[in-house]
Design a binder for this molecule. Structure first.
Ligand code: MRU
Length: 341
């Protein structure tokens, strides 16, 4: 399995997801500022993976910090990491967990604080892999046998510490003996589907067909898709799901064509403080991601551009939300509460 992010000898090593699939290169971050830049520049991306990166960033920050006014330094570290990407709540969940641990250790020798925070970041990474496997086990039962699964973006090993959420469900279904193949939306503009999902599934020998985003409806109408499985960046209390832009279109098409639409996500992606998806902050990214492809300009100079990185799928389009603690179905106000233990 691909190693998305690791703590090695006091540094954070991550596979450079801007270079895949043609170049398999690793980036080493030795400061929390470098981790923050790696998250912002999408060297590492995917909600659970950026949570793990942020936790390791906090740990690196503690290794960098001097002894005086440690509280203020920790606050600054967490602020820098928290300002990288706004939509995936896993980032804030991980920072919050590290902050609470720090608070519980206040007054201890700094060496002890450092040791505990470094250990905690590695625990968060290991837990994430176990959580993905549990999501896979719950989700595998929902995947129809001898069918094609459509996915959008990359919610795989690369988007987590390993195994993946949506792709974890597919992996687990195959491990359970089901015969499934995958259709991967290319996922404009950043091409996570074409570059990352196809690459990652190829490593595992899972049969995968790449389609452009605008082909999904065609294949659903033709009866080629057995179900859709996607990940999530933030899920509100009413079951509205923020995920990679384009997910909403896929969900509407799925409902129109009677195709089940499943969301696979850890409990750390739930934000039950938000009543609906209207309250989820949507990241706006640079215009150049739309006007240019791999450095080549594809639109006229001066083109007006919108580039929201995520959209919100209303809960009424979501057939089920698969978590590590089980499968939630509508009404989500109730069922999502039951997932939180
Ligand atoms: O902008 P990205 O690549 O970070 O967006 C990733 C997604 O939208 C994923 O589907 C989501 O984070 C779930 S990852 C398990």
């Amino acid at each position: 399995m691909v190693e998305t992010i690791q703590w090695i000898d006091g540094a954070v090593v991550m596979i450079d997801q801007t270079r895949l699939p043609l170049h398999e290169e690793y980036v080493t971050c030795r400061t929390y500022q470098e981790v923050a830049a790696a998250i912002r520049d999408m060297i590492i991306r995917g909600a659970p993976a950026i949570g793990v990166a942020a936790a390791m960033g906090v740990a690196l920050g503690l290794l960098q910090a001097g002894e005086s006014d440690l509280d203020a330094q920790v606050e600054a570290i967490c602020q820098t990491l928290g300002q990288t990407r706004p939509t995936a709540v896993n980032l804030f969940w991980a920072i919050g967990r590290m902050k609470r641990l720090y608070a519980s250790l206040r007054g201890s020798p700094i060496a002890e604080i450092r040791r505990c925070l470094v250990a905690e970041a590695q625990i968060i990474r290991e837990e994430d892999i176990a959580i993905c496997r549990a999501i896979g086990r719950h989700g595998a039962e929902l995947v129809p046998d001898h069918k094609t699964v459509l996915t959008h973006c990359n919610a795989g090993a690369l988007a987590t510490a390993g195994y993946g959420t949506a792709l974890g469900v597919i992996r687990a279904a195959i491990a359970a003996g089901k015969q499934v193949d995958v259709f991967a939306d290319e996922t404009r503009p950043f091409l996570q589907g074409a570059r990352l999902t196809v690459w990652e599934l190829q490593q595992d020998g899972i049969p995968t067909t790449l389609i452009t985003d605008n082909m999904a409806g065609h294949f659903m109408k033709a009866g080629r898709i057995g179900c859709v499985v996607v990940g999530a960046d933030r899920i509100a209390a009413n079951g509205d799901v923020a995920n990679k832009v384009g997910t909403y279109s896929v969900a509407v098409l799925a409902k129109e064509n009677g195709v089940p639409f499943f969301v696979a996500a850890p409990v750390s992606t739930l934000d039950l403080t938000l009543r609906s998806g209207d309250e989820i902050p949507i990241e706006q990214r640079a215009a150049a991601e739309v006007t240019h492809m791999f450095g080549h300009q594809v639109a006229p100079t001066g083109t007006a551009v919108q580039n929201p990185a995520f959209d919100v799928t209303p809960a009424r389009y979501v057939s089920a939300i698969i978590t590590e603690n089980g499968v939630a179905r509508a009404p989500y106000e109730e069922s999502l509460q039951n997932m939180v233990r």
